[in-house]
Design a protein around this ligand. Structure first.
Ligand SMILES: Cc1cc2nc3c(=O)[nH]c(=O)nc-3n(C[C@H](O)[C@H](O)[C@H](O)COP(=O)(O)OP(=O)(O)OC[C@H]3O[C@@H](n4cnc5c(N)ncnc54)[C@H](O)[C@@H]3O)c2cc1C
Length: 306
């Protein structure tokens, strides 16, 4: 372990390495125990070297962006969390209108830059509180748009430290899924193309969608967004509400009474509370309506079944 840390220090500065880092500070749910290491690389070479070091030392690792779709266990993560954030957020636009952005850029910032350049079709993304890397991995979407509609290709790093450019079809973008997590790839950069539009109309659309979110979603509460995927032919929130679970609470975790599809950290919830709540919601909805909900949120660490 000490040797691993020494080698990590040869790659990153001390301010880029955090030890025994509470994951509750890196997730929008504000839940999660400590990760042995959390590192903040600032360039591709550093990411590559860190991943190769993990491989050499058999160190488990997990890549995160803004932590807006994560539930981390109360016991944290035995391994290394690689977080792509603000040090990795350049955006460039070439004369053909190809938008290239690094994986750590926040979707709100990217949507703003895209809108300022009078490109339409990314308005849906402005209110998604994650990074571009997370959005590609999840094929994030909202209000009829999804990442799949605008991606041309993504540059990724594989487990062996090799860089590849994957075209849109290679990314296998499905409903809240892609090849990225299946193959444990790290998204570095994404190329996107948009249609031209009127700046005023694009910003109006962004404001309209953001107000809709504020009206319908519990944005003042800690959450990971929609906890469940949309079951075919149904809406998770409606099923949960119709099952009488609005506001239903276990420990500090609760079904939001503003939008039942959002489970929230209402009052210092533990990951255990949250898991119990997820389990009960799934069971009750299935018993009432015969529809088995599946979670959209990603789990990090170990969860006991008790
Ligand atoms: C209030 C709220 C509203 C939301 N609304 C929406 C919505 O409208 N639509 C929607 O789709 N989602 C929504 N979400 C969920 C979440 O914001 C998205 O899934 C988002 O794309 C996750 O990005 P992130 O950077 O936070 O990723 P994280 O939560 O950090 O990670 C999510 C997944 O992406 C992987 N990942 C992240 N970065 C990389 C990278 N660079 N390379 C490889 N893998 C990576 C992680 O390993 C993990 O599997 C919402 C969440 C909240 C809290």
């Amino acid at each position: 372990m000490d040797q691993f840390l020494d080698k990590l220090k040869n790659i990153l500065s001390s301010e880029q390495i955090k030890q025994r880092e509470p994951m509750s500070e890196h997730t929008t749910l504000r839940i999660g125990g400590k990760a042995d290491y959390l590192v903040l690389p600032s360039n591709i070479q550093e990411i590559r070297q860190v991943l190769l070091l993990c491989k050499d030392y058999d160190m488990p690792y997990y890549i995160i962006g803004n932590g807006s779709n994560l539930l981390v266990s109360d016991s944290g993560f035995s391994g290394l969390i690689l977080k792509l954030g603000s040090w990795f957020s350049d955006i460039t636009i070439d004369e053909d209108g190809l938008v290239r952005a690094q994986a750590g850029v926040l979707m709100s910032k990217l949507a703003n830059v895209v809108a300022k350049h009078e490109f339409a079709g990314f308005e849906f993304a402005a209110g998604i509180p994650g990074t571009l890397g997370g959005a590609v991995t999840m094929n994030a979407g909202a209000y009829g748009g999804e990442m799949k509609d605008c991606i041309i290709s993504a540059t990724v790093l594989d487990k062996e430290g090799e860089i590849h450019t994957l075209e849109k079809d290679d990314l296998q973008l499905g409903y809240r899924s892609s090849i990225i997590q299946k193959e444990k790839l790290c998204v570095l950069e994404v190329s996107m193309k948009f249609a031209s539009g009127s700046k005023q109309e694009i910003f109006d659309k962004i404001h309209e969608l953001n107000s809709l979110r504020r009206e319908k979603q519990p944005l003042d509460k800690f959450s990971a967004g929609s906890t469940f995927k949309r079951p075919e032919g149904y809406f998770a929130g409606k099923l949960i509400s119709d099952a009488g679970l609005k506001g239903y609470q276990i420990g500090g975790a609760a079904v939001s009474d503003k939008h039942c599809g959002f489970l929230i950290n209402k009052d210092n919830a533990s990951a255990k509370d949250f898991m119990k709540l997820i389990g009960e919601v799934i069971e009750i909805v299935e018993a009432k309506f015969g529809v088995r909900l599946e979670t959209e949120v990603k789990y990090i660490g170990t969860f006991n079944s008790d």
